[in-house]
Design a protein around this ligand. Sequence first.
Ligand SMILES: C[S@@+](CC[C@H](N)C(=O)[O-])C[C@H]1O[C@@H](n2cnc3c(N)ncnc32)[C@H](O)[C@@H]1O
Ligand SMILES: Nc1nc2[nH]cc(C(=O)O)c2c(=O)[nH]1
Ligand code: SF4
Ligand SMILES: [Mg+2]
Length: 244
Amino acid sequence: MLTLATTTPGEPEIFASLQGEGASLGRPVAFVRLSRCNLACQWCDTAYTWRFTGDNRPHRDDLAFERTANQLTLEEAEVAARIAALGQDRLVITGGEPLLQGAALAKMLALLPEGMTVEIETNGTVAPHPALDSQVAQYNVSPKLAHSGNPAELALVPERLAAFAADPRAWFKFVIARPEDVTEVLALQQAHAIPGLRIFLMPEGTSSTVINERLRWLAPLALEHGLRLTDRMHIHLYGDTRGT
Ligand SMILES: C[S@@+](CC[C@H](N)C(=O)[O-])C[C@H]1O[C@@H](n2cnc3c(N)ncnc32)[C@H](O)[C@@H]1O
Ligand SMILES: Nc1nc2[nH]cc(C(=O)O)c2c(=O)[nH]1
Ligand code: SF4
Ligand SMILES: [Mg+2]
């Protein structure tokens, strides 16, 4: 069984869109969003996947959260059928933190049509289940920096960062809210010898205004340090809207 987020009650968040971030930005893909997360980023734009009544982890109270659990548990075969029906040959698995459900994901992927290319969006704290890892073409690894509000010992797991740094399938994507966040990125880059062109800086933001403002000062920093810069295209296109 897989526990998924929902776009509306009872409707699993499985949709087709353009990848809005990172190395495959602009590619037509199918998305499946799983529920639950082991972190609690204060600016998480999908807090509805993990912020349930009674979850008292630190979190900005101005962000909406579900007063009732916002998740739906489905058989792997049902999830695979819904993904296949979208007719895309590339799948992005996201969440919440999808690697929390690695074994069930491995089972679901085996039920998909031949030839699907799989990307995983992950916070980089959880070791991929071996049966899942063998089916993954690309990891979009977004380690959380101090400004996320998570304790560093939870958000930055050295052996996981080292493993992804050594894996050519893995791209790093750091959310940046302040220039000093880039200093943290450079320290992690040095600690794990991550090539600059496998590091994306991405503005924190869920509106075009905020994203555009941050892109303007991020661009010279990316240029200066030999790092890549990514937009959040779906936010410009659709705003902060579930299922897009
Ligand atoms: C919602 S997360 C789900 C996957 C995984 N939990 C992770 O954090 O990578 C998907 C992506 O959105 C990014 N993200 C979440 N909230 C954001 C925000 N307010 N601004 C910019 N990026 C954000 C995350 O860093 C991650 O790259
Ligand atoms: N279009 C679109 N692109 C995305 N790239 C990463 C996303 C995510 O929430 O993991 C995402 C998303 O939610 N929508
Ligand atoms: S790790 Fe990802 S899903 Fe979890 S709180 Fe942070 S941004 Fe949200
Ligand atoms: Mg998103």
